[in-house]
Write a protein that binds this ligand. Structure first.
Ligand SMILES: Nc1ncnc2c1ncn2[C@@H]1O[C@H](COP(=O)(O)OP(=O)(O)O)[C@@H](O)[C@H]1O
Ligand SMILES: [Mg+2]
Length: 324
């Protein structure tokens, strides 16, 4: 069977749909979960440093902590930022400042989650350390990084460090089972094992390949998985945009989703590729500029932590509107 779109795709990314919301849903990491729970019970916590590879569950745990600390008011009291954003530490500081200026009504502090903290230079980390100190009354930081040795000592010593390991075979099988139940597909044990081998324990990759596979068949076996992996070609953003300009919104959207899933690309990777490709489209300059502006807007929202796929879908819609 060819890995083509056999079923109508939903525009829901499973990594979001199945992201644990409660401690009870968090798979694996028993020692880490235990410590995090204790903070919530005590209604207090120090700054935290989450270190570990991509797809090991850092963002997920930070979100669960925030939801448990703040309940339904979590969105007002939780700020997610990305340090690898080229606007760098100044933007981070400015955002932290305006977020931290007001005290939380419902909790003794607010939480700021700073993803990819190890992307900051040493100087920027010094600035971050001063910012953390300045707002320590009203804010707790959860810093996330791949490698904790890239984080300067003065920050490490101010944080409680959590080391995330990649998920083992048992954890991955458990999550696959949960998703299979929710999405009503079958998967054989060979396929589950191969998913573990290919992903090396990166849960995001497991779920993305799973979603791509399930868009082809309700009966997933090892052959489908291999087919999906083999089909992960370099991003064909141009084809996606041309579909949108032709007015085939659904096709463009499906191809975009496919690309994101099979290659495990994040929204920001896609935006950068789109920005480059806009100049090669057959539109007049005025329209191109409008689209570039839209790209900037989308990028901004993504950095602020909006749902990747929803934002990209909206961007595709603006390409449809731009066509002559
Ligand atoms: N402990 C967990 N149990 C079940 N699923 C998880 C867990 N941690 C992560 N996931 C799934 O894996 C995806 C990627 O995890 P994420 O927390 O974003 O990783 P990281 O921030 O370390 O790169 C999430 O969207 C979620 O669906
Ligand atoms: Mg993350």
């Amino acid at each position: 069977m060819k890995a083509k779109d056999k079923k109508n795709k939903e525009s829901v990314i499973w990594t979001e749909k199945y992201r644990p919301k409660h401690f009870s849903e968090v798979i694996g990491h028993p020692a880490i979960v235990k410590r995090a729970k204790a903070f919530v019970e005590a209604q207090n916590m120090p700054h935290l440093l989450f270190s570990g590879p991509a797809g090991s569950g850092k963002t997920t745990l930070a979100l669960v902590i925030a939801k448990k600390f703040f309940g339904s008011a979590w969105k007002e009291n939780f700020l997610e930022l990305n340090a690898s954003d080229e606007r760098g530490i100044d933007v981070v500081r400015q955002k932290v400042k305006s977020f931290a200026r007001t005290k939380s009504f419902t909790s003794p502090f607010k939480i700021i989650f700073l993803d990819e903290s190890d992307a900051l230079t040493k100087e920027a980390q010094q600035a971050l350390r001063r910012t953390m100190e300045m707002f320590t009354e009203t804010c707790r930081f959860i810093l996330s990084c791949n490698v904790s040795s890239k984080i300067i000592d003065p920050i490490q010593s101010r944080c409680s460090v959590f080391r995330f390991k990649l998920f083992d075979k048992k954890d991955i099988a458990k999550n696959i089972e949960r998703i299979a139940k929710g999405e009503k597909f079958k998967i054989n044990s060979k396929a589950t094992e191969i998913l573990h081998n290919i992903s090396k324990g990166d849960m995001r990759r497991v779920i993305n390949i799973l979603q791509a596979s399930a868009s082809i068949t309700n009966n997933i076996n090892e052959n489908i998985i291999y087919e999906i992996i083999a089909e992960a070609k370099p991003v064909d953003i141009k084809a996606i945009l041309e579909l949108a300009l032709k007015g085939s919104f659904i096709d463009a959207r499906n191809k975009l989703l496919d690309t994101m899933l099979k290659q495990g690309l994040g929204g920001l990777d896609i935006i950068k590729a789109i920005q480059k490709e806009v100049w090669n489209l057959s539109l007049d300059d005025k329209e191109k500029i409008k689209l570039i502006e839209k790209c900037g807007e989308t990028e901004f929202r993504l950095v602020e932590g909006s749902d990747d796929f929803i934002q990209l879908e909206a961007l595709l819609a603006s390409f449809i509107l731009a066509r002559k």
